[in-house]
Design a binder for this molecule. Structure first.
Ligand code: NDP
Length: 257
């Protein structure tokens, strides 16, 4: 263990869904702490643009990118094998790729239910299983699953998402039960309401915005920067005895009524 518990220099991190949004900022946080980054998404043009940005910022020797669908079992297995052969052993995995689908429960189509479950939950099992195979052989690795306050709380119109994120919290525990003794730490980050491009319409909605401000003890929306510190901590030696936990980064929203 080096002098700096949070130094990720020389460690390779795959962040799924890092072509944009929260995943992109988490990848930047890990890169700022020294990690080499495997960027990922489905849509190749956006991924290429993000990759060019990261290469500019961190240098070509530390930045890689692979496009594949995290819900496709065969594509996950072949791409994880390629990453490990071409880039090197993965020391850090962030299961971040996810989607939302808002519709009342009575109107929720089974195909949409399945799509949300597959993208937010099954993907973490598929990617986590493939990455863990070689992490377990090497006896070290960090897996961070991106949950949500909806891992623990519910709101109308997002039943599939809530079920998936609750499942992801328990998958974090299941991975811990099987893999912790062999050197892996698996934890989750549960962001609250984060001000991003995607939530700008909610920030601009006066009624929703004042509900968030009143409902959040910290009295403000979260920022993507608020997520980077806990991600670096959970990816680093600074969290070597933290196992199976879900860290809520929500300004205290989940601890008050
Ligand atoms: P975005 O919609 O901004 O980005 C989603 C990312 O996931 C993109 O890179 C997208 O790639 C990728 N992705 C989606 N589906 C697939 C798939 N099947 N295969 C491969 N890649 C895929 O999401 P956010 O940044 O808002 O959210 C990121 C995570 O954080 C999610 O898990 C979300 O549930 C969670 N979260 C978000 C909150 C928020 O306020 N935004 C709050 C709490 C949790 P492409 O564009 O190529 O499809």
């Amino acid at each position: 263990m080096g002098n700096n518990l949070f130094d990720l220099t020389g460690r390779i991190a795959l962040v799924t869904g890092s072509s944009r949004g929260i995943g992109k900022e988490l990848a930047a946080g890990l890169a700022d702490a020294g990690a080499s980054i495997v960027l990922h998404g489905r849509e190749t043009e956006r991924l290429a643009a993000t990759t060019a940005e990261f290469v500019q910022r961190y240098g070509a020797s530390r930045i890689f990118s692979y496009a594949f669908d995290v819900t496709d079992d065969a594509a996950v297995a072949s791409n994880i094998a390629r990453i490990e052969a071409e880039v090197g052993p993965l020391r850090i995995l962030v299961n971040n790729a996810g989607i939302q689908h808002r519709v009342p429960l009575l109107e929720l189509e089974v195909t949409d239910w399945q799509r949300v479950l597959e993208t937010n939950l099954t993907s973490a099992f598929l990617v986590g299983r493939e990455v863990a195979r070689s992490m377990l052989e090497r006896g070290e690795g960090k897996i961070i699953n991106i949950c949500s306050v909806q891992s623990d709380l519910a709101r109308p119109t997002i039943a599939a998402y809530t079920a998936a994120k609750g499942g992801l919290r328990n998958l974090t525990r299941a991975m811990t039960a099987e893999w912790a003794a062999r050197g892996l730490q698996i934890n989750a980050i549960a962001p609250g309401y984060i001000h991003t491009e995607m939530t700008q319409n909610l920030v601009d909605d006066e009624k929703f915005n004042s509900w968030i401000l009143g409902r959040t003890p910290a009295g403000r929306w979260g920022t993507v920067e608020d997520l980077a510190g806990p991600a670096v901590w959970l990816a680093s030696d600074g969290s070597n005895y933290v196992n199976g936990q879900t860290i809520f980064i929500d300004g205290g929203m989940s601890v008050v009524v």
